[in-house]
Design a protein around this ligand. Structure first.
Ligand code: GDP
Length: 462
């Protein structure tokens, strides 16, 4: 599992405007808008974690990449040379230096359209002195520039130099190959067997009361342009599971409650009970709750939502038949949130299964949900949070001594407290909100367990 895997840490450095962010985005793909603030690291360092793959390797590397924009603050890069080393470092600078210290490889980005500047060289010397292994990336090199670019950087000749254009997505395959080869040698623990990972399909379960459009949705998803790889008898109930691929990713739709079969044999003839469909929940990676957007949310929708919540599986709410709705999306969303308050952490997707509109967003959303699910709250950080709690929350006489994440699926935090009965609903809700604001876990229910600290231990407390 990724979260136990040791990431290979790559720091991206360079002076301002050399194109670090575009390069960062080329590495970690299209998820740039969803970048996660990893807990424990200051916001001045932009960090992402992802699998780095290349055409030439069967393996991927589990990478943590940081854009060390904070290094730009270093006084030797500033115009004024007056500042001395005794100056207080800025937070950004501190964070950047700390990250640099821990990194396994530095990518130094230099604007390939101009000759090496003294600032570039100073950063280079600084990194060298810190004993870092460096790959040089010459950025913004399009077309013609390639031929004579290298000659201008003779001072860096002892390093590996890569010519790239983030705009035209050129040159990155070679860097990826080299990073992977280097990481395999330096930190074999960061190796990930991607073949195995990508073969395991992401299982999608579709739930909802009759006639909300579940079978239409399945049919649209599995429409002509999907590569359907197999249809196999389901492992639970009598479902027909269908495997398919989108881009390189494998998915499986669990055809719960015979939703496809129903559409073949005439509507209404065999509406398998919702309860039976829910049995398949144990096998899904993500559960879609399909709502008839035209009719709105009914009691039965709420009941099914409650069952999904209990399962602990990540949830996405699909507001279907959006083609029939004239209400502004925001107003509609507010109403759904109001009715399904207990699912406030769940993303809403508005789509029309029949018109095949709005379905594509689901794939990126699943990726993001599963990525957030893998985030583990570090114990020291949880306990700094507990310390803060102790200072501010005593209304009900509840005392929290210690917290740790005891499970990741669903994210579960165990709190050692003086008396679980003193933990009121409001306090629990507050804890959940705080945890979500730190760790996200979008779409996933989280569980809090409160345990009384045993007597023998309590004598050590005040
Ligand atoms: P299921 O019982 O949840 O599987 O629902 P069906 O897929 O059989 O759909 C029930 C009815 O809603 C059918 O008449 C569909 O054509 C219709 N329907 C499904 N999705 C949409 C949609 O997005 N827009 C509209 N206008 N009708 C839809």
């Amino acid at each position: 599992m990724q979260q136990h895997q040791v990431p290979f840490k790559v720091a991206l450095c360079g002076r301002p405007n050399v194109g670090k962010s575009s390069i960062f985005n080329r590495f970690c793909g299209r998820r740039k808008a969803l970048v996660l603030d990893l807990p424990g690291v200051t916001r001045d360092v932009r960090i992402d974690r992802f699998h780095l793959k290349s055409k030439g390797h069967n393996h991927a590397i589990w990478i943590e990449m940081a854009d060390l924009a904070g290094l730009e603050e270093l006084h030797f890069l500033k115009k004024s040379r007056k500042s001395s080393s005794a100056d207080l470092k800025t937070l950004a600078e501190e964070a950047a230096l700390q990250y640099l210290n821990e990194s396994d490889l530095v990518l130094l980005v230099i604007d390939g359209r101009s000759p090496l500047t003294p600032n570039d060289f100073e950063i280079y010397r600084f990194l060298k002195k810190a004993g870092k292994r460096i790959f040089i990336i010459l950025s913004k090199i399009e077309g013609q520039r390639k031929k004579d670019a290298l000659a201008e950087y003779a001072e860096l000749a002892e390093e590996k130099i890569f010519l790239t254009s983030a705009e035209e997505n050129e040159g990155f395959e070679r860097i990826k190959e080299e990073i992977i080869s280097f990481a395999e040698r330096q930190k074999p623990q960061s190796k990930v067997n991607v073949i195995e990972e990508s073969q395991k399909p992401l299982c999608i379960g579709i739930y909802g009361r009759p006639n909300t459009g579940k079978s239409t949705l399945v049919n649209s998803i599995l429409g002509q342009d999907r590569m359907i790889t197999s249809a196999v008898a389901g492992t639970t109930v009598d479902t027909i599971d269908t495997d398919f691929r989108i881009a390189e990713k494998a998915y499986r739709i669990l055809d719960t409650a015979g939703i496809r079969r129903k559409s073949k044999t005439e509507a209404g003839v065999e509406v398998l009970s919702v309860v039976q469909a829910l049995k398949s929940l144990q096998n899904v990676d993500v559960a879609l709750l399909v709502i008839d957007g035209f009719e709105g949310i009914m009691d039965q929708d709420e009941k099914i939502a409650g069952e999904l919540l209990k399962s602990g599986k990540p949830i996405v709410i699909v507001i279907n038949k959006w083609d029939l709705c004239k209400v502004p999306r925001k107003d509609y969303a507010d109403r759904v949130r109001e009715t399904l308050r207990f699912l406030e952490f769940v993303p809403l997707v508005f789509l029309s299964a029949k018109e095949n509109e709005g379905i594509e967003v689901l794939w990126d959303l699943f990726d993001e949900i599963l990525r957030q699910r893998k985030v583990i709250a570090p114990t020291p950080e949880l306990n700094r949070f507990v310390e803060l709690l102790e200072r501010s929350h005593h209304a009900s006489g509840a005392r929290v001594y210690y917290a740790t994440q005891t499970h990741d699926n669903p994210p579960t935090i165990t709190f050692m407290v003086n008396d679980p009965k003193k933990i009121h609903f409001d306090f629990e809700r507050y804890l959940k909100n705080e945890l979500r604001s730190r760790y996200g876990w979008m779409g996933s229910p989280i569980r809090l367990i409160f345990k009384a600290r045993t007597r023998s231990k309590s004598k050590y407390t005040k």
